[in-house]
Design a protein around this ligand. Structure first.
Ligand code: ADP
Ligand code: MG
Length: 340
């Protein structure tokens, strides 16, 4: 067996690979358990008799979705680069340590977040909204955006390629949505062009509650495949969309999620501080929020928890707001919420 054919979800293959790589002792018998959740990777938890635990992530070429969708497995090495840099840029403990990388098998090994932990998206959908978590979410993003900019001469060259962001975000979220909805096409095409021009700092590209684990009340960020040097307003809009879509989805908690969205923006902006592009960021972040709110109901990757009725309402409200886009996040939140 060559490592390029390795399938880490096959226990005997994985065991052989772990031994060949020298990661475990020759006679060691670790527990190996595939993790569910992702569609674009094989993810396996490896627990050693010593108590040490790792997560292995191996990129798939063909994504596990209903339609044929391919993506270059080289992206796992972008994620490994992301892990290396984010460990230095994010608050302590917010990023699992990178343990090993295998270029032939397109996989990486990182420290496992210990149990018991919970996925933040699952918590939010259950109505478990905690302002301390919102605060950590904001500060994590603000710290990465600010500190990567401060170290731009080192960080920018490592993340200059944005082809994964193009094929996994701009195309399926923005371009595809523009093709589906002519009334929004102009707005989206202009935003795509603007996004490509903004080469400001490190952008995570998948900053979503789904990629956050909460362990001992601390947020830990995962899943850095589309990280690139670009427009930080994308991360703000992408993440705010999750808080606002939950305000839509959970009427009983609507006011709380709206307040959380406002708090999130305030704390993000305070953490970002006085970087030279801070003022110009807000109206662009508002436009990315509208674009993502729409993409998550009409793009290639619709939010699975929305009913057809909620999708239709969000589409109608957001295309309306795009006619005269709000210039501040607080206006956007207010206008979106009052139209629900
Ligand atoms: N370091 C880790 N520790 C514990 N669980 C993890 C770790 N990395 C990933 N997982 C689990 O695997 C799931 C998928 O991982 P993720 O990196 O988000 O991959 P994908 O790109 O397929 O979404 C996560 O939601 C989480 O439950
Ligand atoms: Mg993920």
């Amino acid at each position: 067996m060559t490592t390029t054919q390795l399938d880490i979800e096959q226990p005997e293959q994985l065991l052989a690979w772990l031994q060949e790589s020298g990661l475990i002792e020759p006679d060691e018998q670790p527990a190996m358990q595939p993790l569910s959740g992702g569609v674009s990777n094989r993810t396996v938890l490896v627990q050693r008799p010593s108590g040490q635990a790792w997560v292995l992530k191996q990129a798939l070429e063909k994504l596990r979705v209903a339609v044929d969708w391919f993506s270059n497995p080289e992206r796992v090495h972008r994620e490994a680069m992301g892990l290396r840099w984010l460990t230095q840029l994010a608050p302590p403990g917010a990023i699992p340590a990178l343990v090993h990388e295998d270029h032939a098998a397109h996989l990486l090994v990182m420290d496992a977040v210990p149990q018991p932990h919970a996925n933040w998206k699952t918590m939010l959908l259950a109505g478990q909204l905690d302002s301390n978590h919102v605060s950590q979410f904001a500060r994590l993003l603000g710290a990465v955006h600010r500190r990567a900019f401060e170290r731009r001469s080192e960080v920018a060259p490592a993340f200059a390629d944005d082809s994964f962001f193009e094929s996994l975000r701009l195309e399926p979220y923005y371009s595809f949505t523009a093709g589906q909805l002519p009334p929004a096409a102009d707005f989206l095409h202009r935003l795509i062009a603007d996004t490509r021009r903004q080469r400001l700092t490190l952008v995570h590209g998948d900053f979503s509650p789904k990629n956050i684990l909460v362990y001992q009340n601390r947020l830990i960020l995962l899943d850095h495949e589309v990280i690139h040097w670009g427009d930080p307003a994308f991360d703000v809009g992408f993440s705010l969309t999750h808080l606002l879509s939950k305000a839509h989805h959970l009427p009983a908690r609507r006011a709380d999620f709206a307040a959380a969205a406002g708090q999130y923006w305030q704390e993000y902006a305070a953490t970002l501080g006085d970087v030279p592009w801070a003022d110009a960021l807000e109206p662009r972040a508002a436009r990315h929020t509208l674009a993502c709110l729409l993409a998550r109901v009409a793009g290639r990757s619709p939010l699975e928890y929305f009913s057809a009725e909620l999708r239709a309402r969000q589409q109608q409200i957001v295309t309306g707001l795009m006619q005269a886009p709000p210039q501040t996040i607080s206006t956007l939140i207010q206008q979106f919420i009052e139209r629900l």
